[in-house]
Design a protein around this ligand. Sequence first.
Ligand SMILES: Cc1cc2nc3c(=O)[nH]c(=O)nc-3n(C[C@H](O)[C@H](O)[C@H](O)COP(=O)(O)OP(=O)(O)OC[C@H]3O[C@@H](n4cnc5c(N)ncnc54)[C@H](O)[C@@H]3O)c2cc1C
Length: 483
Amino acid sequence: MTSGPGNSVPERGNYGSEVTNFGGNVRFRPGRLVMPRTETEVCRLVMQHRADGVRVVGSRHAWSPLIRTEGLLLDLRHFDSVRLFEDAGQLLVSVGAGCQISRLLQSLNRSGLTLPSVGLITEQTVAGAISTATHGSGRHSLSHYVQRLRVVQFNSAGDGVEARWIEGGAELRAARCSLGAMGVVTEVVFAVVPQYRIQEQMVAAGSLTEVLQMEQETPLQQFFLIPHLWSFYVQRRCESTERGGRWTDELYRVYWFLVMDLGLHLIVLLTAVFLRSRSLVKLFYSKLLPWAIVSSWKPVDRSDRQLVMEHELFRHIEEELFVRRRDLASALALVRDLLRVADDRSWRLSEESCNQLRQVGLLGEVSEIEGQWSHHYPICVRRVRADAAMISMSAGDGEDWYSISLISYERSRPEFLRFAGFVGAALIRLYGARPHWGKWFPEGEIRADLYSELPEFLSWVRRADPEGVFRRGFTGRVLGMSE
Ligand SMILES: Cc1cc2nc3c(=O)[nH]c(=O)nc-3n(C[C@H](O)[C@H](O)[C@H](O)COP(=O)(O)OP(=O)(O)OC[C@H]3O[C@@H](n4cnc5c(N)ncnc54)[C@H](O)[C@@H]3O)c2cc1C
C-alpha cells in the first residue's frame, strides 16, 4: 500500500489536548493527536504531517520522553486484532500494534498458549513494549521473540509512504527494538509457547554469590537489594510440572496482593512520601519487612499470573541500568555504596568506589548527593538473556545482562533525579551500562559506543525515514541523529 502527498486526511484529529505519561513526568500538547483505524489512514496522516514530525503513542508507560512531539501523535488503539496461525510447523500470533499485552495474554491463554516472556505488568501495548525492549527475568526481552512486523515507513524513492512486512535478517533485528524511529508499527508477529506454570519462593540471601548460585535451580528468578537492611531477597522462580490451583496457591495470590502489591507500597508511601521520615522507612525495611515474607511457601501458578505484579497501582518513577554479568558484582557494590552515602553523609565510601569514581571524573561530585537522598524502594535486579536485536538493552553476543532498577515514589523531588543521574553516569562511564530506553535516564550520558551495532541500526533508520520525520526531538538526540 503506498500513499502520495496529495491524499487528504479524515478529520478525526484531537488538537491541543494534553498528553501525560504514567509517571506524570512527561506532559505536552502534540500539534495533533489522531487514532486512525486503517493503515491507509496512517499512511495519509504521515504524509500530511511529514513536515511537522510524527510519533506514535502506546499506553504511555515509558518514563523517557519518547512520545513527546509538537507534530502528529498517532494512537493505534484501534489496531488490536489477535490472530493465531501456523507457519512451517511453528505456532505464531499476529497482533495489532495497539493491542494491550494483557488482552493478548488472555486471548492466548484461551488456546492454552502464552508469550515466551512477560514484564512485571501487562498494561503496555504490544508495539510500545517491543519498541523499548520490555523484559522480565531469566529470558530475552519481548523484542527478541518478534518474528516479523509490519510497519508504515517511507518508500525507497522517499516520495511516499508504504506499509510493508519486515520479515528477517538484519532489518528485523533493527526493527525489533527501534524506539519508533523506523516508522509506525501496525502489526507484530510473535512466537508463542504452550502455557506453563511457575513455582515461586521468596528467600533471604546474605551475598550476591549465594543469589547467583540459586540461578542454577531457579533460572527465572529476580532479586532485590533491600535498602537499610542491605541484604538480598530472592524471588526464586522456575517452571513447574505441578498443577497448582491448590487453596494454598490461591491464598498466596491474596497474600501477595494485600501484603506486597498494596501493603508494602502503602507503607512506603506513608513513611517516605507523606511523613518524609527516614527513621520510619529504615525501621520498616530493617525490622518489619523480614516478618512479612513467608519463605516456606512455594506456590505454583500459571505463568501470566505468577510473573506479574500490580506495579502500576501507585505512580512512581524509575531508572533501570543494564550491566553485563561480569560487571554485576562490582556495579552492585558501587550502587550500594552510593545509596549509603546519599542516605548518610558520614558514610565512608570504600577505597574501590573512590578509585572507580575518580577514574571517571565523578569523585569530586559525590558531595552533590551526600546526605541528599534516602532511598525508599527495594532495588530490583533481573537477568535478561542476550537479544537478537540491535539496540535493545541486552543486545549482544551471548553474555547475560542484569538490570538494576531504582524506583522512587517521590516523582517531583529533584533529589531523586540528581541521585539517579549520578548513578547512571557512574555505571555508564565505568561499565558501559545501558539505560532502559523506556525509563528515566540521564540523556547526556548516552554514548554511541554502548551499542556495537548502532551504526548499522542507524543505516536502517535512514533507509526507512531519510528526512527524519519519525525521530524529531528526544529520539533523534539519544540516537545521535538530531537534524
Ligand atoms: C508500572 C510500570 C511497570 C513497568 N514494568 C516493566 C518491566 O517489567 N519491564 C520492562 O522492561 N519495562 C517495564 N516498564 C516500561 C514499559 O514496559 C516501557 O516503557 C514500554 O515501552 C511502555 O509501552 P507503552 O505501550 O506504554 O508505550 P509508550 O510508553 O506509549 O511508548 C513507548 C515507545 O514505543 C513507541 N511506540 C508505541 N507504539 C508504537 C507503534 N505502533 N509504532 C512505533 N512505535 C511505537 C513510542 O513511540 C515510544 O517510543 C514498566 C512501566 C511501568 C509504568
